[in-house]
Design a protein around this ligand. Sequence first.
Ligand SMILES: Cc1cc2nc3c(=O)[nH]c(=O)nc-3n(C[C@H](O)[C@H](O)[C@H](O)COP(=O)(O)OP(=O)(O)OC[C@H]3O[C@@H](n4cnc5c(N)ncnc54)[C@H](O)[C@@H]3O)c2cc1C
Length: 434
Amino acid sequence: MSFAVHEPYSIPASYQVQDSREFEREALLTPIQADAVVIGAGITGNTLSIHLADAGKSVVQLEAKVPGWGGSGRAFGSVVPCHKNNEEAIIHHYGQQRGTAVIDALAQGPALVAELLNRYKIDAAFDSGGWAFGAHTKAFEKILQKRAEYWQSRGADVEYLNATEFSQLIGSEYYRAGLVDRRALSINPLAYAQGLFRAAHQLGAKQYTNTPAVDVKQKPDGNWRVTTPQGSVECENIYFCTNAYTKGIWPGLEKGFVPVRGFGATTAVIDPAQLAEVLPQNHFITDTRQLWSGIRKLPSGQIHLGVGGPAMGANGRADLKTASKRLKQVFPSIEFEWQESWSGWIAISTDQFPRILHLADGAWAAQGYSGRGLAMATLLGRELSLCNGSSEREDLMLPVEKNPRVPFHRFSPLGAAMLIRWYAFQDYMAEKNK
Ligand SMILES: Cc1cc2nc3c(=O)[nH]c(=O)nc-3n(C[C@H](O)[C@H](O)[C@H](O)COP(=O)(O)OP(=O)(O)OC[C@H]3O[C@@H](n4cnc5c(N)ncnc54)[C@H](O)[C@@H]3O)c2cc1C
């Protein structure tokens, strides 16, 4: 089997606030043994390594590049207490009991992340008033109002704001109304992933960076042998935490999702007087449009946007022209120039729900976060640590599935490209009729 993660862009410099030499590790040059091998050092793999090491297991963690190299080090950085699919859809998908457990676990997602930041002294959370979710059309005003009522009835710190209140909150008159969710966190996702990696190391996980797993084979005694370019590891349990960056390491594993490229961009440092007018309480914004809408301030004084770009291949850069238009629409008086843009791969599942996969006895994976993975990867890292051998536990947050295949996977990029165009058209029409 061959290994090749096709990621042409490096991790954003805007996120690289720590000396990366701290995360360099020795080379794996010999055959070794462990209870568990964790492949990938994003949030899933790092959280899993922490839980396994904490439970007394010997853990070897293999990372093809550096910790946070995948989606974890490139994300927009919003940790929100809900899924992309609404609560009704979650219950419909998982049933009442499990659906309610998923909704509750996600509602606790930001608190769980905050708890880990605190426990492992990870300096990754930005000072933020929470999530300001804007309604960009009249129809969405009602939907957000209903959403606020739902969460308020459950005691959550969520409030529906009319146009005037919302504009005071974010420093812009662009939206018709909005919802503020004070449970959400705004983080540096790379610092979070690196901090978890460090914590796993401190708990005893043996970590190897720039060390891809290139082959995985089951031995006659049932154990696994994971081969790297210069060494190998034998283990009882192996965990694939490679999400959208999965390629060729387990037959068909990358066919369980459609890889779509997401983009981020940061401005140069903004004049402080102007910046004070933008998001005065440091909320991060997203809105009810279909495509990228995130805007937030970074502690460095830059503005950070989630932006569009060529989503279906590794070529091409972020669409900064559209991003400039959007930033000017929402904050017309701001003067800025772009400093940096980047991209990262997102694993979209057919129904946008993530999966825990039981690939074979002792072989497990989690994937398909569909662009909402910061809290979910933290949760599924914990859930994977409860999976071992042949046991398919009933008490996990998600049902355990076999390797799912996206139907007609070869053609899925075409389908995804058409869907993205459709979303862009919907956003365009909504903007026109605003
Ligand atoms: C542009 C962008 C914006 C996003 N914004 C948000 C957001 O605001 N909020 C949110 O909740 N989610 C967001 N996401 C999604 C979120 O980042 C991901 O769902 C989450 O980080 C996935 O974590 P992970 O650990 O499972 O995978 P990853 O972080 O992708 O880690 C996988 C790792 O596996 C390694 N790997 C792959 N193959 C091998 C191999 N054979 N051997 C060894 N290592 C290997 C890779 O190098 C990589 O480091 C965003 C994603 C992107 C790309």
